[in-house]
Design a protein around this ligand. Structure first.
Ligand SMILES: [Zn+2]
Length: 371
């Protein structure tokens, strides 16, 4: 092991490059002028900073030093000796190793999910796994995806804050929404709390993310003609929550690598979360999934004491609407069939009291505008 060698030293104050002798002592690197032998620097091993350098050059700095002095070593034997003496310098790069491990983990996850997908089929696999995801994990997944989804949904064109009900004059609307959600939530008796909000987007649509996050677009509130129509759509979205469709959609699009990403900690802000948010926002559900949510909505509206047919009415009104990008609620070629099913399930029961009184409904209609 080389205990001494040569290098080039920059004192950080001038641009002069000096040929130096580098000695490795017991507790640090000592740098001396090659000719005059006077000591230019004494850097303890644990205060060495490895700086970016071209291939074949070990460039060191002194951590926390005021001057940007640096030492360059080209002698491989000496560089190796410095490596060995000082763990933190670590020329192989612990950080790089870590991210390499992460990439390996992701690759394994991708291969495993491909294999599983090939054996069972990805949708079937997602069907099997979604119910097994613990609720705590789903809530956590929901939080992560929620942040990303909000960023994707907020196109910033509406002006004001993205979420309605936060401005002055909107508090009553927010309170009315809380009443409506509270009635549906009580009837649904879900095992996780709902987080439903109205946001400034003009489409008449709604989006449900894992973990009970429901986004109702302002356009939907505008197009709803009574509280039970809006409640019907919310009940349909709660159906997606209860059936864990958001989690299933994410598992289908990102596969098991999503779960592995969670395990590896490369999750929040990682690519998995972007894939996941996109999966929920851009994929539309199959006919089976949608009609299951419709059936759930009819049952829930019944239990909450609302007008079971209102969902059919609002779907009919929105049926022909075009919703670029996000097409979860309205993109149904078979709206008529859905409405017919809702009607048949509704039976002959008389329409009961609306879920909100007229004053509350007026306030809710103004949740994005104040007055
Ligand atoms: Zn749906």
């Amino acid at each position: 092991m080389a205990a001494a060698g040569t290098g080039v030293f920059f004192d950080g104050a001038t641009s002069a490059r000096r040929a130096v002798l580098v000695e490795l002592t017991r507790d640090g690197v000592v740098v001396r002028d090659a000719e005059e032998r006077d000591m230019l620097a004494r850097w303890p091993y644990d205060e060495l900073d490895r700086l970016a350098a071209p291939e074949g050059v070990l460039r060191l700095g002194h951590a926390g030093a005021r001057l940007l002095a640096r030492l360059e070593v080209r002698d491989p034997a000496l560089a190796a000796a410095i490596d060995e003496a000082s763990v933190p310098v670590d020329r192989s790069g612990a950080g790089e190793r870590k991210s390499r491990l992460k990439v390996i983990g992701w690759s394994i996850a991708a291969v495993v999910s491909l294999l599983f997908g090939a054996v069972f089929g990805v949708p079937a696999l997602a069907d099997r796994i979604a119910p097994l995801v613990p609720l705590s994990a789903e809530r956590w997944l929901g939080e992560a995806v929620d942040t990303q989804a909000r960023r994707m949904l907020d196109n910033g064109t509406a002006g004001g804050t993205f979420e309605c009900g936060t401005g002055s004059g909107e508090a009553e609307g927010r309170a009315a929404l809380a009443v409506l959600i509270g009635k549906l939530e009580a009837a649904a008796a879900l095992s996780l709390p709902l987080d439903a909000k109205v946001v400034r987007r003009s489409e008449a649509n709604a989006v449900t993310l894992p973990g009970g996050h429901i986004y109702l677009f302002q356009g939907l509130v505008d197009k709803s003609e009574n509280p039970d129509e809006l409640a019907g759509v919310i009940a349909h979205e709660i159906g997606h929550v209860a059936h864990r469709d958001g989690t299933r959609a994410i598992l289908q699009s990102a596969g098991l690598s999503f779960l592995f990403g969670m395990l590896l900690g490369d999750f929040v802000g990682g690519s998995a979360v972007v894939i996941g948010a996109r999966a929920v926002l851009q994929s539309s559900y199959s006919r089976e999934v949608e009609s299951a949510a419709d059936r759930y909505a009819v049952e829930l509206m019944n239990r909450a004491g609302g007008d079971v047919r209102a969902l059919g009415a609002v779907l009919t009104r929105l049926g022909g609407a075009v919703h670029p990008g996000i097409a979860i609620l309205a993109d149904h070629p078979d709206t008529k069939a859905r409405v017919a099913v809702i009607e048949s399930l509704a039976g002959a029961s008389a329409p009961p009291q609306p879920l909100l009184d007229p004053a509350e409904w007026r306030a809710l209609k103004r949740i994005c505008t104040g007055r």
